[in-house]
Design a protein around this ligand. Sequence first.
Ligand code: PGA
Length: 254
Amino acid sequence: MRTPFIAGNWKMNTELTEAASLVREMLVELDKVADVEKVLCPPFISLTAVKKLIKGTSIELGAQNMYFEEKGAYTGEISPIMLVDLCNFVILGHSERRQYFAETDEVINKKIKKALQFGIKPILCVGETLEDNEAGRTEQVITSQVKAALAGVNSTDLLVVAYEPIWAIGTGRAATGKQANDTIGLIRNSVRSLWNNQIAQAVRVLYGGSVTGENIAEFIIETEIDGALVGGASLKAKDFLSIVSQTAAIKSSR
Ligand code: PGA
């Protein structure tokens, strides 16, 4: 049994006081939802404050990025040493990092390995462009991203993967549940070819891209989809709570 998983990726939104208010607004209700792993990923500068607020609750914390070196002359970067005592998850390979900050599969692979070395659980994002999707290249792109990111990785115990088609991120044009389920099946095939069927069935794979309280059910009812990586809707306490509680209700009824 894979524990359902919902993460909120706040991206470059909320300054310190806004981050704290957002957490306070949903803290009590979010804590009460059982049987779903709930992870908040605020900007770096709010990690400490959010960590204090969620202390003693069932809510967990994630960073949105991490560098693969441990320390040194890398102006502006954040290392695993800085994150390891702060949060237990880190989003890696997000398409916005690939697109705007030129992150390559090779860099992402180094980051994944480094996170695992420090026991920080990576949420590895993969996803195809609209152009690739329309040209029928989804399988090829996804398979190559998964294989490159996980090359040389020896344990998947801490790994979570998120399928985030680029054309669905922040566009209000989500994939359909069936599309997402099929592509997540392809991700499990890649994991199977890297390791074995048992590992492919055990790793959690999320859908991300314009998930809201209105459409979450469509994804969660699908058998391959274990949860969601939520951007925009995670900035509204009510919407995020609705996504988490619907996930709990649907997955526990199966
Ligand atoms: P969105 O973002 O929910 O705003 O589309 C998802 C993501 O990029 O993780």
